[in-house]
Design a binder for this molecule. Structure first.
Ligand code: NAI
Length: 403
């Protein structure tokens, strides 16, 4: 534990579970329901050790320069674009996020949409609201026995694979990386192979730049007559004008789309898209991961990372530091050093310890890019002078001592 309770600032209505976890760890927490702009942040972060935010608060170099005690930033969401990661790393500040707290929520929405489209619920529902009783089985199907083609077999894709099979679907997937096939799912050697064999095609690729317009005219054209299409991954991955053309021609029977290349900034702003006005297209405002369960899990997950990082130096699943966790040897103090990843640095650090006759009881090193991270448990007999020497090494970015 550090000598004084770390001060935590939580912004943007982070789930109360996060505050509860941090308070029970002895941290001093202040929660503010909204995002802060750069000037507000600069005036508030002077004594803050940990800051939690969602997508609307931007952590810039200027904010970081105003926060000399900051050791951790928590993105209580998935994306970390709102944080200047390079600037944070240069200052030895660890960044965490919650990469799979809302995976299940996205998968459940995809399943709901697949069944809705297969049963033509959106059209039936619209007709009923217009007073039309159109009882017929035409064009309505079971999902059982249909072939689900998943493009991007990561956290979401694999989870969907499991639930899809539970509903009796045959699952095909295509991923650019080698992936373990779950259950009876079968990997395809190319996207084309998947497209020509699937009744339902669903995109779950990540947002790397090379996925820009991954799916356009050629890919829609390769899909089966009467098949369904879903995109709950990223808007820029799909050419929606091409999708519209294939829906209007009747080649694609229905689509569900949750993400768009340009999305309105706030609630109530107009949504502009070529996909508006198509009866067999389900449009949702990027809510794949938006459930109360996901929000609670995000709060629990990132707050847990903060706690373990401050109390034990654990960095498992950090966005910018190597992921390390080491059980602390009883009766020792832990030195947590973030350093430049250069040859000889460990010899230099351990040389300082040896000079001061401080024994190393346990040590764990990881490196990532330009940074190294080392946890060292030492016998308690060390001096402030030794710590000052370690801090003054040109290789040291940041040193913390956990007692
Ligand atoms: P992930 O990183 O676990 O999986 C992505 C998979 O896609 C990886 O296996 C990767 O190898 C594969 N991939 C990347 N490019 C590919 C390509 N061109 N062809 C085939 N495979 C490719 O990501 P996760 O957590 O499963 O998320 C998937 C997507 O869902 C992401 O884009 C994420 O931003 C989005 N998402 C959307 C949400 C929403 O509210 N609609 C909520 C959460 C995530």
């Amino acid at each position: 534990m550090t000598d004084t309770a770390p001060r935590v600032l939580l912004l943007e209505q982070i789930h109360p579970e996060a505050e509860a976890i941090l308070r029970s760890a002895g941290f001093d927490v202040e929660s503010i329901g909204r995002a802060l702009d750069e000037d507000e942040l600069v005036s508030r972060v002077g004594d803050i050790s940990l800051i939690g935010l969602r997508s609307k608060t931007h952590i810039t170099q200027r904010v970081l320069d105003a926060a000399p005690h900051l050791v951790g930033i928590g993105a209580f969401c998935i994306g970390t674009n709102q944080i200047d990661l390079d600037a944070a790393s240069e200052r030895g500040i660890t960044v965490f996020n919650a990469p799979f707290s809302n995976t299940r929520s996205v998968v459940e929405l995809a399943i709901a949409e697949i069944i809705s489209m297969t049963r033509r619920l959106t059209e039936k529902n619209a007709l009923m609201h217009d007073g039309v009783w159109d009882k017929s089985a035409d064009g309505a199907h079971e999902v059982r026995g249909r072939t689900l083609g998943i493009i991007g077999y990561g956290n979401i894709g694999t989870q969907l694979s499991v639930l899809g099979e539970n509903l009796g679907m045959k699952v095909l997937y295509y991923d650019t990386a080698d992936k373990l096939a779950l259950g009876n799912a079968r990997g395809c050697g190319s996207m084309k192979e998947l497209l020509t064999a699937s009744d339902i095609v669903t995109l779950h690729v990540d947002g790397r730049a090379s996925n820009d317009l991954l799916f356009g005219e050629a890919q829609f054209a390769a899909m089966r007559q009467g098949s369904l299409f879903l995109n709950l991954s990223r808007g820029f991955v799909v050419d929606y004008a091409a999708l519209r053309a294939h829906i209007e021609s009747g080649h694609i029977a229905g689509a569900a789309v949750d993400v768009f290349p340009v999305e309105p900034k706030g609630r109530g702003d107009e949504f502009v898209s070529e996909l508006r006005g198509l009866p067999n297209v389900i449009l949702t405002p990027h809510i794949g991961g938006s459930t109360e369960e996901a929000q609670e899990d995000i709060g629990r997950f990132v707050a847990g990372k903060f706690r373990d990082f401050v109390l034990d130096g654990a960095t498992a699943m950090s966005v910018n530091l190597p992921g390390l966790a080491l059980p602390q040897v009883p009766g020792t103090s832990r030195l947590v050093i973030i350093h430049h990843n250069v040859p000889g640095v460990m010899a230099t650090i351990n040389g300082v310890l040896a000079e001061h006759k401080v024994n190393v009881e346990a040590q764990l090193l990881g490196t990532r890019g330009a940074l190294g991270y080392v946890l060292t448990d030492v016998s308690a007999a060390y001096t402030d002078e030794m710590l000052d020497e370690l801090r003054a090494l040109p290789e040291t970015v940041r040193l913390r001592v956990l007692r």
